[in-house]
Write a protein that binds this ligand. Structure first.
Ligand code: ZN
Length: 148
């Protein structure tokens, strides 16, 4: 079985959220964890079914398996809940950067974050990984307490 690549997973999610796809975890939770139909979920977030499946595929790959993806998704959602997008989607498919006040083509939003807001991306990833460590410690503490 493949290993979970947690850094790559956090990296992927952080970039998605900062780049304006901040619905991704909610959408994937509905689709993968709760098992809602792809058409319904895609419609709700105004993305294509193809996109939704693509996101799911990436998350599953980075998690190592679908089972692990289902477990890690709610945790990732928890540790990223206060991460706010830098690039926002306005009506239709127009995106603009709230820091630069410029509009950006949809396909360039993540590249924009990587190129011009690298510090924010780096610190977001760092914060998320730290929270994940805290979460692991807490979990372990609970397990230890219940054993003793
Ligand atoms: Zn910008």
């Amino acid at each position: 079985m493949k290993q979970m690549d947690i850094k790559s997973l956090v990296n992927y999610v952080a970039l998605k959220i900062l780049g304006g796809s901040d619905y991704i975890l909610e959408a994937l939770e509905k689709y993968l964890v709760k098992g809602e139909g792809p058409a319904t979920v895609a419609y709700e977030y105004q993305i294509s079914k193809h996109q939704l499946r693509g996101y799911a595929q990436r998350i599953i790959e980075k998690s190592g398996s679908e089972g692990r993806a289902k477990k890690i998704l709610p945790i990732i959602k928890g540790i990223s809940k206060d991460v706010k997008p830098i690039v926002k989607r306005t009506d239709g498919d127009l995106y603009y950067c709230t820091l630069c006040n410029t509009s950006i083509p949809k396909e360039d939003t993540e590249e924009h974050v990587r190129k011009y807001h690298k510090e924010i991306l780096t610190s977001t990833i760092k914060t998320m990984l730290e929270r994940l460590e805290e979460y692991k410690k807490e979990k372990q503490a609970v397990i230890l307490t219940s054993v003793s």
